[in-house]
Write a protein that binds this ligand. Structure first.
Ligand code: AIR
Length: 284
């Protein structure tokens, strides 16, 4: 809204961008990850999630910048988290604030990554010697302990409950949300010609008065979902960066375009330049 008004006057835009940068530098940084930064939010119990253009391969074997990725991921995650909320999966997403930031609920994060696999790919294909692209007889859910210095080792439910990372009730909730998300997202992506090969999720706890709820956290984007074109099997996700396939930004744009959230001709610059197109995506 602010950008929409400001875009009619370049001087106001410059002032606004300066004040944004000023506010960003003054905000308390809670955590910086590979592709996102979390800042203190405007109200207690909230955080601001900022999407960077930084890209990395597993275990930081490769690092780089994909221009415009943060802008696209912010929009894609907003779209998917909103849809998931609508079908009854509680998420941390509250609202998008601007091109790169969204307001989220602060959670007590559960230190487990949940990976759902529908088709063999990535570390799964390598570990089990199954050719990439093999459809799995059923969806397989895996758990990884979120511990970057140990390269996020795979763990079982036994480890999770024995070490108290989550209790059996919480694990049941996580599994029920996980299967729902997989069913819903597989259908949604199929409808736009994309196969949901696998994806990663994180959950957290939130307290409403005395009641604890398990809530979907993190992001839902081509950074943590493998998406292949149904007809050509072309990869439309972060593997384009990891495997040096080129056209990384274009793939993220194509996912957004097929989801119907990228106006034709949009070229996100990633530098907050308020072009007319970016203004229009902001105002949707
Ligand atoms: N993932 C795992 N760690 C971080 C992320 N983003 C996601 C990948 C892939 C799935 O988890 O993007 O969709 C499985 O990854 P892998 O490397 O174990 O095959």
């Amino acid at each position: 809204m602010l950008v929409g008004t400001a875009s009619r006057c370049p001087v106001t835009v410059t002032k606004w961008l300066r004040s944004m940068n000023f506010r960003m530098s003054r905000r308390r940084r809670i955590f910086e990850g590979k592709a996102k930064v979390l800042f203190e939010g405007p109200e207690p119990g909230t955080l601001v999630q900022y999407f960077k253009d930084d890209a990395s391969a597993p275990n930081n074997q490769k690092k780089g910048i994909v221009t415009g990725k943060g802008v696209l991921n912010n929009r894609i995650s907003e779209y998917l988290m909103t849809k998931l909320n609508d079908i009854g999966v509680p998420t941390h997403f509250m609202r998008r604030l601007n091109m790169r930031e969204q307001l989220i609920r602060q959670l007590d994060i559960i230190p487990i990554q949940i990976v759902v696999r529908n088709v063999a790919a990535g570390s799964f294909a390598k570990r089990l010697g199954i050719p990439e692209g093999t459809a799995l007889p059923r969806s397989i859910v895996e758990f990884y302990y979120k511990q970057a210095d140990l390269n996020n080792p795979m763990v079982s439910e036994e480890h999770i409950t024995a070490f108290g990372w989550a209790n059996p009730y919480e694990l049941d909730e996580i599994m029920s949300h996980t299967l729902r998300v997989n069913d819903y997202m597989s259908g949604l992506f199929l409808g736009i010609g994309l196969r949901l090969v696998d994806f990663k999720m994180e959950f957290g706890r939130i307290w409403d008065h005395d009641e604890m709820r398990i809530v979907l956290a993190d992001e839902m984007t081509p950074d943590n979902c493998r998406l292949w074109d149904i007809k050509t099997n072309e990869k439309m996700d972060k593997d384009r960066f990891v495997e040096d396939l080129g056209k990384v930004e274009e793939a993220y744009q194509e996912v957004a375009r097929r989801l119907g959230i990228l106006p034709e001709g949009l070229n996100p610059t990633g530098d907050n330049t308020p072009t007319n197109n970016i203004t229009s995506i902001n105002e949707r």
